[in-house]
Design a protein around this ligand. Structure first.
Ligand code: ATP
Length: 239
């Protein structure tokens, strides 16, 4: 069976300057794949190209065999790609419930479907139920991250793209977030995870691609990369 997502020879640029070159990777059906690398390596840029926030200037992106390279992001969302961008962008002056409903906009004419999805989300994160009528801007950082993940899940994506979900969160909350990512994956959603925290990323994903200065340096099974001395030294702070 072919991969769910296939990125072929991508070159992605800001103006004239190429931020990423020769990017090739796949995400399988029901797989968690991570892109790791230091600051500025090109992880977010690659993620943006997958979600349609940027178009690559060379190469091709296939989703379930369909060429989505130049498809606008809302069309990709209809096909089953949802992006949780870096920085926990909740709608701060809407309530938690309204944020979830915005995520489920495609089900706006199907209230029972909307309700059952909301029920699923609050079962996964009971705190969202407790805070349902509270403005999202008043939630803690961890709760906001959970909310943006749930908001993306409301469109029932087949591929969830998560950009730096652990950024700026306390270790105990980060553990929670990564447990949730595994749970989401167990419910038949593929995940493309961009992370600076290589420990958590390699502990969660089955495969990883290591980016350095806009190129893929190496890739492989997370278990092998965790034990690779070069990866340990450069990205895991051990040797
Ligand atoms: P970080 O973890 O710091 O976000 P990253 O691996 O996600 O790093 P990118 O944000 O994709 O890296 O950045 C890749 C390169 O593209 C960097 O050289 C960066 O300076 C450049 N870049 C990123 N965003 C822009 C932008 N909006 N305009 C111009 N250049 C950009």
């Amino acid at each position: 069976m072919s991969a769910l997502l296939e990125a072929i020879d991508l070159e992605i640029a800001y103006g004239e300057v190429a931020a990423c070159q020769n990017i090739n990777f796949t995400v399988g059906h029901n797989e968690i794949v991570t892109l790791i690398g230091s600051n500025g390596a090109g992880k977010s840029t690659t993620m943006r190209a997958v979600a349609g926030a940027m178009y690559p200037r060379k190469g091709k992106i296939l989703f379930d065999g369909i060429d989505i390279t130049r498809m606008p992001s809302y069309e990709r969302n209809k096909l089953g790609i949802a992006l949780v961008p870096e920085g926990r962008h909740v709608f701060p002056f809407l309530t938690v419930m309204e944020n979830l409903e915005m995520g489920g906009y495609c089900h706006r004419n199907n209230r029972p479907k909307m309700n059952s999805l909301i029920e699923k989300m609050v079962t996964m994160f009971p705190k969202l139920k407790v805070r349902a009528k509270q403005n999202a801007g008043t939630l803690s950082g961890g709760e906001q991250q959970m909310l943006v993940i749930c908001r993306a899940l409301m469109s029932e994506p087949r591929l969830l793209c998560l950009d730096e979900p652990s950024l700026g969160l306390a270790p105990i909350i980060v553990q929670d977030i990564f447990r949730t990512i595994r749970e989401i994956n167990a419910n038949n959603t593929s995940v493309l995870l961009v992370e600076q925290n290589a420990h958590y990323a390699l502990g969660t994903a089955s495969r990883a691609y290591v980016l350095q200065t806009g190129k893929i340096l190496t890739s492989g099974n997370s278990k092998d990369l965790i034990n690779d001395p070069k990866i340990k030294e450069a990205y895991l702070g051990t040797s």
